[in-house]
Write a protein that binds this ligand. Structure first.
Ligand SMILES: Nc1ncnc2c1ncn2[C@@H]1O[C@H](COP(=O)(O)OP(=O)(O)OP(=O)(O)O)[C@@H](O)[C@H]1O
Ligand SMILES: [Mg+2]
Length: 316
């Protein structure tokens, strides 16, 4: 069961344009080159474009076909890409109100994902902190947050992490009004209030019920977030990872793993209208080895799930 669950990786970031979709595509490609069966899912339900990046002009099927029950199983909406081992479930823009799926539609979708025939499933999330985006993020056992060195991206990336964590805490403590009030007060600290960090939430919850502290610790320990800094132009910008992780540690008591950096890549940016060409032809561009490094990190995280010979690249 764990094996099935561990293969899902969500890629979020809060801010638009930080490179979540490109990251999904190139990480997917690197993992596929390493011999893994990869399925990317365009879970940006309001602004799907991953299929265009993957070189699919007119998707035959999209998630809307699955949500609208026009196909019998999710396998039918999995499309081939020009890359061997790399497949895609295309997104759909607000067809049948899909941008705001109901809770039951979301759980059905997520439950079917687990059963797809793949070693690794990458969910490309939309920008912002909609409930749907956060629910997809929280559902995935592995979560990658992509930020760039821009101040607004750092802010939104941290905001996305915080909002997702609080969504989970709301759910955990929803049945106890007193506990919920503590969680709510800490999520929007008012001046003069003393619950302004997760450590203070811990202290405030302790007297309420014996197992609350344990529940809080479980939530913090299991959330499993990794951070990638994209579009790094100079060495000092690598420090962004340290900044975000320190703030998350100090205020949210979250241990976020440094998952690597990706250089700003001129060739990649110039290839935006022909990403399929970049995948097959841009092997020597500046950022390619960064994606391989992160792919190795992903494989390392699931190494108990993937046969050892998958770790050997099949292409140079
Ligand atoms: N490492 C990089 N070097 C140069 N340009 C990059 C890099 N990563 C992404 N880009 C560029 O950033 C732009 C935005 O990328 P992308 O569409 O993947 O962002 P996004 O976070 O998915 O946006 P949205 O939230 O709107 O879906 C693209 O033009 C892409 O080429
Ligand atoms: Mg995108």
């Amino acid at each position: 069961m764990e094996e099935i669950k561990n293969k899902i990786w969500a890629i979020g970031g809060g801010k638009g344009g930080v490179g979540k979709s490109i990251f999904t595509l190139l990480l997917g490609d690197s993992l596929a080159q390493l011999g893994n069966k990869v399925i990317m899912v365009d879970a940006d339900l309001g602004g799907s474009n991953l299929h265009t990046f993957a070189g699919i002009r007119y998707p035959k099927y999209t998630l809307a076909d699955f949500m609208g029950r026009r196909v019998e199983s999710m396998d039918e909406v999995v499309m081939e890409t020009p890359i061997n081992n790399l497949k895609l479930i295309c997104g759909a823009d607000d067809i049948l109100g899909i941008a705001n799926p109901k809770f039951t539609q979301k759980t059905r979708l997520l439950n079917h994902l687990k059963n797809l025939d793949a070693d690794i499933i990458l969910l490309d999330l939309g920008a912002g902190v909609s409930f749907t985006t956060m629910d997809f993020f929280l559902y995935a056992p592995n979560k990658i947050v992509v930020v760039t060195p821009q101040a607004t991206s750092i802010q939104n990336g941290y905001g996305f992490i915080k909002a997702s964590l609080y969504r989970r805490l709301h759910r955990i403590f929803r049945k106890d009004p007193k506990a919920l009030e503590i969680v709510k007060r800490s999520s929007v600290p008012v001046q003069g209030e003393n619950i302004d960090s997760m450590a203070k939430v811990y202290e405030a919850l302790k007297p309420l019920k014996e197992d609350y502290v344990e529940k809080l610790m479980d939530c913090l320990n299991c959330i499993n977030i990794k951070l990638v800094v994209n579009m790094v132009r100079e060495p000092k910008e690598r420090n962004v990872s340290h900044i975000v992780r320190s703030v998350a540690k100090n205020y949210l008591s979250l241990d976020i793993e440094d998952f690597g950096v990706i250089q700003y890549d001129r060739i990649l940016e110039a290839s935006i209208n022909n990403m399929a060409g970049f995948l097959t032809g841009g092997k020597d561009s500046a950022s390619r080895h960064n994606f391989y490094d992160i792919a190795y990190n992903v494989v390392k995280s699931c190494r108990e799930l993937i046969p050892a010979n998958s770790l050997i690249p099949t292409t140079s």
